[in-house]
Design a protein around this ligand. Sequence first.
Ligand SMILES: [Zn+2]
Length: 717
Amino acid sequence: MSESVIAALSRLSIEPSTRDVLQHNASESQAGWSDALSSSASSNVPVEYRLLKTLVFKPKTAKSETPLPLMVVTDDKTQTSTSAIAAETKLKELRLAVPELLKSTLDATKDDVSPLSVTQENKSKVRVLLDKDIVTSGTTYAVHARSASETVFLTGEALQRYLESTQVQLDVVAFSTLQAPNAPAAKAKPEPKSKTVDAKIPEAELIGITVRKDLDFPEWYQQVLRKGDMLDYYDVSGCYILKPWSYFVWECIQRFFDDEIRKLGVQNCYFPMFVSSDVLEREKDHIEGFAPEVAWVTRAGKSELEKPVAIRPTSETVMYPYYARWIQSHRDLPLKLNQWNSVVRWEFKHPQPFLRTREFLWQEGHTAHLTKQEAADEVLDILGLYRRVYTDLLAIPVVPGVKSEKEKFAGGLYTTTVEGYIPTTGRGIQGGTSHCLGQNFSKMFDIAVQDPKATDETRGKPEGRLHVWQNSWGLSTRTIGVMVMVHGDDKGLVMPPRVSSKQVVLVPCGLGVKVSQEVKDAVNDTCKKVAAELVRNGVRAHADLRDNYNPGFKFNDWELRGVPLRLEIGPKDLDNASVMSVRRDTGAKQAMKLDSLKTAVPELLEQIQQDMYTRADEEFKAHRKVVTDWDLFTSTLNAKNHVIIPWCEEEECEDAIKDRSARTASSEEAQDERAPSMGAKSLCIPFDQEAYPAIQGKSCPQCGKPAKRWTMFGRSY
Ligand SMILES: [Zn+2]
């Protein structure tokens, strides 16, 4: 077979990207093929290549007619929706071709069929739909050379030239632009379970994520969380089960943050989750901000409670009556307590795992100080820690700043925040907030001490009493959702190494049926030994020795979960005392010497962590745009940017900005309730004002009043 393929290609002056046809174990699936290629020791395997996907469909055909099958050729990971293909080709009821049809038309099987199966002899028995994206990408593809055990490496452009040379009926269409005719209507449905499964071929279900991140972000997010084993759904709406894979991330955040706040003198404690209505409603502005979302317990067993009790939406009013009791003297200050707990906010908006859930895990810190300055300093210390949770642990850039009056915490003096950015949607996301409550709550709950500086006349009198300055600050499991949204890709999660519960997986490869048991044992033992050595050196490594899965399946499985680094070990690697490493974030492959792993692997993990941050940071920076002319505001916003304007800081102006920037819904967005064409709100007034030109003399682009500070606006979650 191979000679005729090479002859046909050389007639077209197509040089395969390696000298020869590669012989390997016959494969019965794409995963098996991938495995056969990656475990091959041949120098004919290029450093970078992707698998070609070739599917042959039979359209609905009248009984009296001979069917003209449709061959679909695209990248292995490209979604091939039959309804979109049917719409493009005007064919009906596409079904995967049965073996008999493949044999009679192309002399092929599903395991060896490829564009090279098309010849001048059989050109009239088939038509071909070639993905333009693979033609223009310049990528090298693995292509079966008319045999399941033979592969040549060709570019998409060469494949097109080959197909043209056979004079087969050929259409070249960019699959990324194909639209399934029924998909939008189904998309508008909020329930994630009722998706158009029909529009997808069964094979896609096996591969993993069946939609592209950039084309159907809400569906992608649901799939990546479930298939990546982060969470499961629960039978109370808006509540989710955090599985170990995601809970580990939370534990990393807890460990870091808890150690740091101890250094600041903060102690942990626990208050009950129930609040009486009297206490909850003590502070009017505060409760107004939460009232619609408060869940109440009204019954115990069959009897109605005389007075319903609320479940805390946050604990300011729960804790402060006791602060009033415990703080009797300025010597009791500062009081710095923190709780690791959950709170309940019964939201009615569409729930989104991690981002908007009815119960969520967080920490809430509540501190009391003698002076405003001391409180103000702590607000920034805590915000600095929140920033480090994002940048240092989750590899996510954030912009620290202060909230506008409209957006600040209800009942507080001012709110500081770290603001993140989701590139796929261009929306902002509040990452964590540290509030200075001022003396508002301390006056309400009468948390006061004798002013140590009081004069003789006022000592012991009400005038000599000083209400304490208070802060509260919280960071929640929303962090995990932000991490998934920023780093994940079409293959699944991409975990930053520092928070991944498994950082490295070792997968034994190249152990086909012909390999002796002795060699298999040696490979498996090496995997075990390497994993153990890495664990001893502080790396969270795992040897995947499951014998009921082939390497291709394992690759997909760990890629879905986003494990930062994969080490492949096969018989040839043992001979060379090396392993092949594959990075999850870039896909880059690199051979590593076995005896260097205990130092090389931690270094590479650190490099991955840094690279992930750098990529996300560059992306966010590129989408923060300074605008001084109102005419450019909404168009800049619509291009998935945050917009930074010289702002007057007036509340009416903020409302006007929101109204005026609410875009006339594009047809695409109208179909997706979860991406409302909302207006922009102020996200924060960045602390780093020096990064922008002098504000003096600038006026607010919306209302024309003198600008006070540069302020970042954006659509947000
Ligand atoms: Zn204004």
